[in-house]
Design a protein around this ligand. Sequence first.
Ligand code: 5AD
Ligand code: SF4
Length: 588
Amino acid sequence: MYSACLRMNLIASMRPYWSVQKNLQGQFRTCCAGHTSDKISTNSSTKLKDGPSLQDFLKYSTEDLRPVEIGEDGTVPYLNEDDVWGGRRKVYFETYGCQMNVSDTEIAWSVLKDSGYQRTESVNDADVILAVTCAIRENAEQKIWTRLQQFRAMKTRRNKSRPLKVGVLGCMAERLKKDLLEREKSVDLIAGPDAYRDLPRLLSLTESGQRAANVVLSLEETYADVMPVRMNAGAPTAFVSIMRGCDNMCSYCIVPFTRGRERSRPIRSILEEVRALSGQGVKEVTLLGQNVNSYRDMSEQQQQLAGSPTNLSAGFGTIYRKKKGGLRFSALLDRVSQVDPEMRIRFVSPHPKDFPDEVLQLIRDRPNICNHLHLPAQSGSSQVLQSMRRNHTREAYLELVQHVKEVIPDVSLSSDFIVGFCGETEDDHNQTLSLARQVRYDNAYLFAYSMRKKTHAYHKLMDDVPAGVKQRRLAELIDVCRKGMAEANAERIEQVHLVLVEGLSKKSPSDLAGRNDGNTKVIIPNMDIPDEVGGQQCSAMKAGDYVAVKITSSTSQVLKGIPLAHTNLQGFPSMTLEGQKAVKISST
Ligand code: 5AD
Ligand code: SF4
């Protein structure tokens, strides 16, 4: 059935990453960012040198990790169906990092469910523990190493009649490959982000005491035909993965190496999933991708549209040659937002280079596409942006912000920043502080630079900002962003916002929590409210309801308000409340 070489058949892969961290509002998110590179670095030999090598896409071959053996007749020794059947063994998932990892967990679970596994919420009850991991910064990996030690202790305590298997999935598996198995003997399997279809086979190998690995990166895998099993079934919000990978090669970023090249899921399968979610009563869909607005569907029928080059934001460039053809993000957004006019559409994480006017205008004109843009700046210094290979200057970024604000006047903005990047001076840092003050973000994700092996910065630049200085700069940037967020939120007092109720507030069961169009959390008392403005009939609010809320107080993180009436997304903009006319986000 198996050849001896399958004892440890490793399929090496690499893909890009992104991670979800908590932002200044305390929300989790998927991360990714944009990039640039200086002109010298854009020649193809440099690209080849810095990027994932061909080997990264090929089967890995070392003494310990042998490739799949191909039979004399050219066939691959596949397993029988029975061999990969889970037999109702219980699998426990632990997900780290970004929203993309949550989405990947849903895909991995869908694959295993179809293969006869059961899911458990209790780690003690598990036959298999799968950690879906993040590698973006050293501390993200450190957390996982600590957790793996705990899993090892659990394995040792386990009765022999009920063995426990431990698997590491995702970016850390991809980054470390066999080194991970060498360092942590309790790990039975590793699978990179493009290898989740292979999980039943890999798990079946572990059953006979083997250690298994598949870290092969794919140029095509989008899991388009795998219907994810939602981890939060019943929630009014859902995520839909639309593309994977990153071609940008920002000099600090490990993502292109752990998640591989950009590829887009065909629009047909995205629309199918969004329709299904609408049918289940989901009221908000967030489109997901490492570079979500670089979406470019090249699937068969769409290739006929090939021809015109992708439009970029003015003043932004790319490390790669301009891509031509395919169905772009604006077309996808147009189609997705027409599925259900009562369904809010968000997207994360975009790259600032991919906001041509057609995307901005669509966001402005379509009531159900939220007026919230994530525009990762990373730094406010053109010099640092150049060494980060972001392909834009401070000025181009500020012009984009200005343009976005002109096209979408009530837009809410968020950003990612890295402080203490290689060579960052006090002057560079002050430029970042001044850019954050000038833009005044509604939310921000702030990080101290963490050197990652394999990246351009690791090979070519010095991580020369001392840890203490990074921490001080981080604290200064947090302070500036918090002040901006507090000011922006205070200006919203007295406005009326459209809020989608998500459920009970974590802090008080007598309150409900939801989000406004700009993605800021809004807390309201849990009470009966009129079914329409001025109506006598009242009813309770529940998760999935749209409510018109008058904002009464604020902090830098949260808005608080009084719910005025039930409403809906299409009716809200024309609704008149206490003499005020409500607009998409707010009424002033
Ligand atoms: N160190 C610190 N932050 C990083 N990010 C990406 N790579 C690193 C790194 N090596 C941040 C960027 C990106 C976000 C997802 O994570 O800000 O946009
Ligand atoms: Fe985002 Fe740049 Fe990393 Fe790609 S390389 S994921 S654009 S930060």
